[in-house]
Design a binder for this molecule. Structure first.
Ligand code: ADP
Length: 396
């Protein structure tokens, strides 16, 4: 039997999943997990498909360990876990494919150089994605690697949804609306097609509500608009990111409050959103359990902002047939779904409260003009499937 590994490397974490392949069937998830707190005290946890813990490890005094060091240890464990299965590819989530890459690509030196050029567009993510690719190349030069882009699903959205209202030259220089969470939306589009092809053929707003959060307006399974733009900072309020912001605030912070670029970046990416407004936490579970009025206000703002952006996506689609909630908050936080949907009654959304409370797949009330679904996302599986099909085609 063969296997594929999916990797999603961030600044302080590496998420991974191992899939086994049995003929032409759906890849089987044999393990999934995370290395977290890289640079502090790295920890590794991996679980099997049924949630059993396969490994739990902490590198005490491991503050100096790099992503490459930890990947080496992870691979040693993975080889053991896969019991001799041949790993045919490593698939990577790469945040930015720019305006050039609309599909997953086999990694080679030329691709790496092209992706390197995109680092300024996603300085907090892209360098870590590429570092993981290089680390794997160093560990195992012959192993095929595949780059799967978070921007790709949005690549063919209408030109009007890609342009910022800035001078044309900047657009030509790459300052445009790309959109992210594409692997998640691609997975959701495929799942919806499997679950209800009639709905998938219509006008759908998918809501990826995790630590990062965005909406995607899909017509017949294709992205036609999305709330994230040039960076993953735009659109919805998020765990620690502000979402859409009057650009005048950035000017004010710099010109009047004396903040430099790095300080503004840190404020907008890491100290805003649910964390900034609540002063309690970026974690929706903790906020929901908190008695603090500021926590309640943060949740209210999250739902209000999300509903507002739903309105924008509905406008781009010219109406809505279905809404799909996904990712940590979207899949689990019934109260947040309820608050958002309560603000969407005007477009014909009616929830079945009991179904919503249980996070069932269909949570709309009988007679609701808009179908409402909860579909768990699986970006790692999407990466694995892309990698398998690219390797099978022998394409580059
Ligand atoms: P990431 O973007 O890092 O992949 P996730 O998709 O895992 O994030 O989403 C993390 C968010 O989901 C956190 O705010 C977390 O509190 C929230 N979440 C996860 N489970 C629940 C739950 N049962 N109830 C409410 N919120 C939840």
């Amino acid at each position: 039997m063969k296997a594929v590994v999916s990797l999603n490397a961030g600044s302080s974490s590496i998420k991974f999943a191992l899939f086994t392949l049995d003929g032409a069937g759906e890849p089987g998830r044999s393990a999934a997990g995370k290395i977290e707190k890289i640079g502090i005290e790295p920890t590794l946890v991996a679980t099997s498909a049924d949630g059993a813990v396969l490994i739990e490890r902490t590198w005490r005094d491991g503050a100096g360990l790099t992503h490459a060091d930890l990947l080496k240890d992870l691979f040693a464990w993975a080889v053991d876990h896969l019991e001799g299965r041949e790993v045919i590819a490593i698939g990577h989530r790469v945040v930015h494919g720019g305006s050039r890459f609309a599909e997953p690509r086999r990694v080679d030196d030329g691709l790496l150089a092209a992706l390197e050029q995109l680092c300024p567009l996603a300085p907090l993510h892209q360098p870590h994605n590429l570092a993981a690719i290089r680390a794997v190349s160093a560990l195992s030069p012959e192993l095929p690697q595949v780059a799967c882009f978070d921007t790709a699903f949005h690549h063919d959205k209408p030109a009007v949804a890609s342009r910022l209202a800035l001078p044309r030259l900047l657009h030509d220089q790459g300052v445009r609306r790309y959109g992210f969470h594409g692997l998640s939306y691609e997975y959701i589009a495929a799942e919806l097609q499997r679950i209800d092809p009639g709905l998938a053929a219509g006008r759908v707003i998918a809501a990826h509500l995790g630590n990062g959060a965005s909406l995607c307006a899909m017509k017949a399974g294709k992205s036609i608009d999305t709330t994230m733009g040039f960076t993953a900072l735009d659109g919805l309020m998020m765990g620690t990111r502000c979402g859409s912001l009057d650009p005048g605030v950035v000017l004010y912070l710099q010109a009047q409050m004396g903040m430099d670029v790095g300080q503004v970046e840190e404020l907008l990416y890491s100290r805003s959103g649910l964390l900034g407004v609540s002063g309690v936490s970026s974690d929706m579970r903790l906020l929901s359990a908190s008695a603090s009025p500021e926590a309640a206000e943060a949740i209210e703002l999250f739902a209000w902002r999300a509903a507002r952006e739903f309105g924008a996506m509905a406008s781009s689609l010219g109406g809505v047939d279905a809404i799909v909630f996904t990712a940590g908050i979207g899949e689990n936080a019934a109260l947040v779904r309820r608050d958002i949907c309560a603000r969407l009654e005007w477009i014909g959304v009616e929830l079945d409260d009991a179904a919503n409370a249980r996070s069932l797949q269909r949570i709309d009330a009988k007679g609701s003009r808009v179908a409402v679904l909860v579909i768990p996302t699986d970006e790692e599986r999407m990466i694995a499937k892309h990698s398998i099909s690219l390797i099978a085609r022998g394409a580059s």
